[in-house]
Design a protein around this ligand. Structure first.
Ligand code: HEC
Length: 186
């Protein structure tokens, strides 16, 4: 074997070694990536807390699009965690939270006799789909000082499912984008 050929072989071996080292460095980076993603998420959540706009993060699809894809059946499942504090049936009782039947388009903080927090009482307007989306994403971010000790549903698609379910709990459900538009009565 000429020394030239030997050098070529050694060079190829070194090349492979460098490649392997490079790959392990890259996979190390991939491995740490979830942490980076989590930090990014926390930043977005923090922004929501300040701006009260947790659902408005750029990566989240617009609510109208999410509602088109929403599944009220899944939303019913998604409200299991709410049932400790809320009833969902018509003329349902007050628990530690106000009853939620007919919540869509109901004026915010309006169940007679329920002792709402000042934070929620200070809100004006009705529980629109948008307002519910923002409140459920980050209750404290939406109403700083709310008595609702629920961390929030961070999964935007699941929130849309829950909102679709809440909308069905009504004598007169609002039309969801792309759905039951024929039954809309306004
Ligand atoms: C640990 C108890 C608790 C849990 C769990 C909880 N809530 Fe609440 N919720 C409350 C309380 C208490 C209030 C009143 C908040 C206030 O006055 O600030 C409230 C208020 C609300 C309101 C506003 C009602 C109104 O009349 O203005 C909505 C909507 C709501 N909750 C939806 C939900 C949904 C949907 C879930 C589950 C995904 C949920 N909550 C989970 C306790 C809870």
């Amino acid at each position: 074997m000429s020394s030239f050929e030997w050098n070529k072989m050694a060079g190829a071996f070194l090349g492979a070694l460098v490649l392997a080292l490079g790959l392990s460095a890259v996979s190390g980076e991939l491995f740490s990536h979830p942490k980076v993603a989590a930090a990014g998420h926390a930043t977005i959540a923090g922004h929501g807390t300040q701006g009260g706009n947790g659902a408005g993060a750029a990566s989240v699809k617009p609510l109208a699009d999410r509602l088109v894809a929403a599944d009220a059946g899944k939303g019913a499942q998604g409200t299991k965690s709410c049932q400790a504090c809320h009833t969902f049936v018509k003329d349902g009782a007050v628990k530690s939270g106000p009853p939620l039947y007919g919540i869509v388009e109901r004026p915010i903080a309006s169940v007679p006799g329920f002792a709402y927090s000042k934070a929620l009482e200070a809100k004006s307007g009705n529980w629109t789909f948008e307002a519910l989306d923002r409140f459920l994403a980050d209750p404290k971010g939406y109403a700083n000082g709310t008595k609702m000790t629920f961390a929030g549903e961070r999964d935007a698609a699941k929130r849309a499912d829950i909102i679709a379910y809440l909308d069905s709990l009504s004598d007169d459900p609002r039309a969801l984008p792309g759905k039951n538009a024929m039954t809309r009565s306004e």
